[in-house]
Design a protein around this ligand. Sequence first.
Ligand code: GAP
Length: 427
Amino acid sequence: MEKLISLAKRRGFFFQSSEIYGGIQGIWDFGPLGVTLRNNIKRAWWRAMVELRDDVVGIDAGIIMNAQTWVASGHVENFTDPLIECKKCHQRFRADQVTDPRHVTDGGEWTEPRQFNLMFKTFAGPVEGSSSQVYLRPETAQGIFVNFINVLNSTRLRPPFGIAQIGKAFRNEITPGNSIFRLREFEQMELEFFVPPAEEMKWLDYWKNERFRFYLGLGVRENKLRLRQHRPDELAHYASGAFDVEYEFPFGWSELEGIAARGNFDLTAHQKASGKDLSYFDDIKRERYLPHVVEPSAGVDRTMLTVLIDAYAEEEVRGEQRVVLRLHPSVAPVQVAILPLSRKEPLTSRARTLAHELRPYFRTEYDDTQSIGKRYRRQDEIGTPYAVTIDFETENDQAATLRSRDDMTQIRVPLEGLRQALEERFR
Ligand code: GAP
């Protein structure tokens, strides 16, 4: 983890937020490579969950919602963690998560646990009072439930169908940590899939398999992934089944995504609290019902951490250490690096022209600083699958060297055929 975090900072994947002021716990900023990696992850999710399906549509709801939403959903009452405080040093912990040995061995010097609500509060409008108090959403899911009828009425979709959303969520976690694993500001990718009640278990089974496969598609190693079914005592009272996709992080197996069968809990709650009819009438079967929901809910940040950790490798090459990120080409922030062997003409112009030609097709970076060896190392460290080197021969043979990140093989490829050669390798 420490090595990855230092690489992330050194190369520009993520930084502690507002670092020059000492940072702020649980919040991170994403640098030039980080934002690209995140966008690639979100794009892969949106493509798989929305664009490649005819039964899912997307929405983008507000981060701040009518505060009644969170009363109805149960978050105002129940979205809490047990908080305890060490009486000696006044540090605060989650009662179910005290692992700090200094405190555990202290023994008994704790305040009684109290329920601490994780929602961030703020005010909407110029008056600060209880009537203007609002919350930053702690999940994107509720933005979908409150729009269920709007989507049903404005599209031709009928259950089983889904509504997907990607967006920021906020939780005032008592103990954020493990870099970008547990954050106070994070991003979710959620699907609420609305089904006839009798089909709920079938769809839970379907989505848990789909979601597991998604991570394999991002290049995550299969032996580091598992599906874990929730025990009955872990399930929320309304849930009839749930699975986690787990990854073996350096700090142990942990949740990457949750897939839950939520029954009609949310629609029932919003129907009751709003007084609006949220039921669906099936005019073929002539029956009216509140659809049940299967919800795959993933974190962008956790997925980013997973692909980075999974890709990280240290190798010995001819007596030298190399660090390499074996990122899948679909998520790699840079897919091809164009490197003139020297900073001399006509090498640099030829290389710039090539970068310009390839840029519409691949995420392309031009780099003419430092020695070629150092530039290869940098590209290895940021996970660039291929580098193209323009050398003194290029002018004569109209060809360049194509170097592979993973096996470091180098082959000569005609400039004309480069785009195709790369496309074949990324397929
Ligand atoms: N709507 C259901 C829901 O929000 P959750 O298990 O609380 O379920 C789903 O969250 C996913 O969101 C998690 O699997 C994780 O990837 C991500 N997530 C939740 N809390 C997070 C946090 N504090 N920091 C980073 N990611 C978080």
